[in-house]
Design a protein around this ligand. Structure first.
Ligand SMILES: NC(=O)C1=CN([C@@H]2O[C@H](COP(=O)(O)OP(=O)(O)OC[C@H]3O[C@@H](n4cnc5c(N)ncnc54)[C@H](O)[C@@H]3O)[C@@H](O)[C@H]2O)C=CC1
Ligand SMILES: O=C(O)C(=O)CO
Length: 386
């Protein structure tokens, strides 16, 4: 039996009981729930990752909805517990929901929300930061400086790669992959090659228009290409950034064989999910190819790194912070809360999960809709006309 977990309670007399497994940034999300007669309970347990047992204890005997985190294992056990407690609403505070067994949620009639859109630019900016940091060896140079090793300018000191005119490769050109591609093409005048199951039409139009602009200004135009295989991207690109969802098709998408076809001085960035890369193979590749560099926000066995990774000078590692801007994290909390609230109140689903701005303006009440429910079709939820 799990120990009771510590909680903070807001609006104790609220009709609907909504639990958040973590404190989340900002207060708007709490106020929006309270205004709609919710009692909000926030888990304040010091432990970073809650176990299934901890969450069962949080759900208790009566719970209308839960806001959860990507570190939690939302499957059969939790969805059945939530349903037994009378709940029909869950939302991840994340766009990725590979920690959620959606079939299990469907079985118990629980809506599964996620938070697309609000983190697109923030996440793409971190991928761009990792790309630049790797190309210009910023972390190594910073460590060198702090260690007191700098004793004067040298022609060969921390020489890195110029991005202008090189090729950026994007695997998974959805919301974040496309935003990243635009930053690298427009910001650094890189040529684009991308691989996705679907054509990224808006991205292609953007690069075409930007190329026209450059040409009209007398500059060399950038180019784009949709690759017919992932290998084509790996072979041709100088900087490759991974942005697909994590599912069976993308597990170990980058493995030993695929690392071997990349350029010896290429840069690989991963801001999607750790298991998209075979991290053991990556450590070996980094060891054998000192000019190959990586920027990693996510890890295969998060929060752990595979042995050897932390020792590699050609790896930059940060702790899953790609969406960590204040505006984004507060917006994610708001979208997650509104997903849960919308289901509890019987609101329809917002018609376009890529257009979430109307939910994020703090000066205007949000639309009476759930911003993004990934299993809405399976549950037969109505769609808003707005
Ligand atoms: N590191 C972090 O903090 C963050 C990580 N993420 C991760 O990024 C992922 C992508 O997010 P969005 O861009 O909003 O999602 P999205 O759904 O707009 O884009 C994902 C793209 O991946 C493509 N894709 C799927 N399977 C593929 C395959 N086998 N090969 C190539 N492409 C494939 C899809 O067609 C789609 O275009 C999330 O699912 C999440 O796991 C998202 C936000 C923050
Ligand atoms: O939203 C996600 O999927 C994350 O990884 C955290 O922002």
């Amino acid at each position: 039996m799990a120990k009771p977990v510590s909680i903070e309670v807001w609006n104790p007399n609220g009709k609907y009981r909504v639990v958040s497994t973590k404190p989340m940034p900002g207060t708007r999300w709490i106020n929006l729930l309270i205004e709609q007669d919710c009692r909000v309970e926030i888990c304040t347990e010091k432990k970073t990752i809650l176990s299934v047992e901890d969450i069962i204890a949080l759900i208790g005997n009566k719970c209308d909805g839960v806001i959860g985190q990507l570190t939690e294992d939302w499957g059969e056990v939790l969805f059945s517990a939530l349903r037994r407690a009378g709940g029909t609403a869950f939302s991840n505070m994340a766009v990725g929901y590979n920690n959620v067994d959606v079939n299990a949620a469907n079985k118990y009639g629980v809506a599964v929300g996620n938070t697309p859109g609000v983190l697109t630019e923030t996440t793409a900016e971190l991928a761009a930061s990792l790309s630049l940091s790797a190309a210009r060896r910023i972390v190594e140079a910073d460590e060198f400086m702090r260690a007191g090793l700098y004793d004067g300018w040298l022609p060969n000191l921390f020489v890195g790669n110029l991005l202008k005119g090189q090729t950026v490769g994007v695997i998974g050109a959805g919301r974040i992959g496309s935003a990243y591609a635009r930053m690298m093409v427009e910001g650094f005048k890189m040529n684009l090659i991308y691989y996705d199951l679907y054509q990224a039409t808006r991205l292609e139009k953007f690069v075409t228009a930007y190329a026209e602009f450059l040409k009209a200004s007398g500059e060399k135009p950038v180019t784009w290409k949709r690759a017919s295989s992932m290998e084509e991207v790996l072979r041709e690109a100088d900087v490759i950034s991974l942005h697909p969802v994590l599912d069976k098709t993308t597990y170990h998408l980058v493995n030993k064989e695929r690392l071997a076809i990349m350029k010896k001085e290429a840069i690989l960035v991963n801001c999607s999910r750790g298991p998209v890369v075979d991290e053991v193979a990556l450590v070996e590749h980094l060891r054998e190819n000192p000019m190959f560099r990586v920027g990693l926000d996510v890890f295969e066995d998060e929060p752990f790194m595979k042995p050897g990774l932390a020792d590699m000078k050609n790896a930059i590692v940060v702790p899953h912070i790609a969406s960590a801007s204040k505006w984004t994290r507060e917006g994610m909390a708001t979208l997650a809360a509104l997903n849960v609230l919308g289901k509890i109140k019987g609101y329809p689903l917002w018609s376009d999960p890529n257009r979430v701005e109307p939910f994020l303006n703090p000066n205007v009440p949000p639309p009476a809709a759930s911003p993004s429910i990934v299993n809405s079709k399976a549950l037969g939820l109505p769609v808003s006309k707005l």
